[in-house]
Design a protein around this ligand. Structure first.
Ligand code: 76R
Length: 248
C-alpha cells in the first residue's frame, strides 16, 4: 500500500458564489437598495476588522460569465466561523437579491512532499504565513476544484510516495517560473466537498494564469493524474467600488 503524505492544515476556507437578480434589484426602491448596500458595507467593515486582527482573511471577486456574479473567498480559523458568516450574509437584505450558484468548502493545505525527513517545518513563521494567509489584493482570480485520478494504471493513490514526490517536485518547478506573477493557494477538501482540492490563483494580469494552467497540463502529474472541475474567473470588487457596482 502506498503511504499518504502528511499535510499541514491552516485556515478553513469557503468559496461562496452568488448570482445577482438584477431584475428584482432594479424593481426595488432606491431606499431599499441604499439600505441593502449600507448593510453590506458594514458587514465588509466588520470582516476587515477580523482581518486586521489576523483572525482571518477575505476577498470579493466579480465573476465573469454565467456561472456567478460574485465570489466571496472567506478564510477563518474554525469551520464554525465560516458557517456563521454564511448565515449572517444570508440574512442580509442584499442576499435576498442573490441566489447561490456554487460553493466550495476546504482548508488551506501544504503537503510535506518537499520537506526533509526529521525536520518539522510547520512552526516556521513563513509556513504559518502560508497556512493562515492574508489574501493578496491582486486584480484577477481564478478558482477551480480538482481531483487526482484513480483509473486503471493511472491511480495517484497507488503510486509510491517517492514517485509522487518526484512528480510534485516537477510540478513545483513549473509553478516557480511564475513567481511574482501568480500566487497560488491550495486548499484540501477531502471529506468537506465534492472534489479533493481547490486551486485559487491570483494575478495582476489574466494571461499568466492561462499560460501557467496550460503549461502545467504537460507536467506528468497534471497530464496523467489531474481531473478538473469548473473554472471561475473574476476581477476584484473592493469596498470602495461597491456603490458603483450596485448602482442602477
Ligand atoms: O507548497 C509548495 O509551494 C511546494 C511545492 C508545491 C506543492 C507541494 C506546489 C507548487 N504545489 C504543490 C501541491 Mn501546486 N498547483 C496546483 C495547480 O492546473 C493544474 O494542472 C493543477 C492546479 C496549480 C495551477 C498549482 C500551482 N499543487 C499541489 C497540490 C496537492 C497535491 C498532493 O498533495 O497530492 C495540488 C492539487 C496542486 C495543484 N503549485 C506550486 C502551483 C504553483 C504556481 C506552485 C509554485 C509555488 C511557489 O513556489 O511559489
Amino acid at each position: 500500500m502506498a503511504e499518504a503524505v502528511e499535510t499541514m492544515d491552516g485556515w478553513y476556507c469557503l468559496h461562496d458564489f452568488r448570482v445577482m437578480d438584477w431584475t428584482s434589484w432594479k424593481l426595488a426602491s432606491e431606499d431599499v437598495r441604499q439600505a441593502a448596500i449600507e448593510e453590506y458595507q458594514n458587514w465588509l467593515s466588520n470582516m476587515e476588522q477580523v482581518e486586521e486582527a489576523n483572525n482571518g482573511s477575505q476577498l470579493v471577486y466579480k465573476i465573469i460569465g454565467h456561472k456567478a456574479d460574485l465570489m466571496f473567498m472567506i478564510m477563518r480559523p474554525t469551520m464554525d466561523e465560516l458557517q456563521e458568516i454564511e448565515t449572517t450574509f444570508d440574512k442580509m437584505q442584499i442576499a435576498s437579491f442573490m441566489t447561490k450558484s456554487f460553493s466550495y468548502l476546504s482548508v488551506v493545505e501544504l503537503s510535506k512532499y518537499m520537506s526533509k525527513p526529521g525536520v518539522d517545518i510547520e512552526q516556521k513563521p513563513e509556513v504559518q504565513a502560508r497556512l493562515k494567509p492574508i489574501l493578496p489584493r491582486w486584480d484577477y482570480m481564478c478558482f477551480y476544484p480538482m481531483d487526482k485520478r484513480r483509473m486503471n494504471e493511472d491511480n495517484w493513490y497507488s503510486l509510491e510516495k517517492d514517485a509522487r514526490s518526484k512528480l510534485m517536485y516537477e510540478h513545483s518547478k513549473t509553478g516557480r517560473k511564475y513567481a511574482g506573477q501568480i500566487k497560488q493557494i491550495i486548499t484540501g477538501s477531502f471529506g468537506f466537498d465534492d472534489w479533493e482540492w481547490g486551486v485559487t490563483l491570483f494575478a495582476h494580469d489574466p494571461l499568466p494564469i492561462k499560460k501557467l494552467v496550460y503549461e502545467m497540463r504537460f507536467d506528468e502529474v497534471s497530464a496523467r493524474y489531474g481531473e478538473f472541475g469548473d473554472f471561475y474567473f473574476g476581477n476584484k470588487l473592493d469596498k470602495e467600488a461597491v456603490s458603483t457596482y450596485f448602482h442602477i
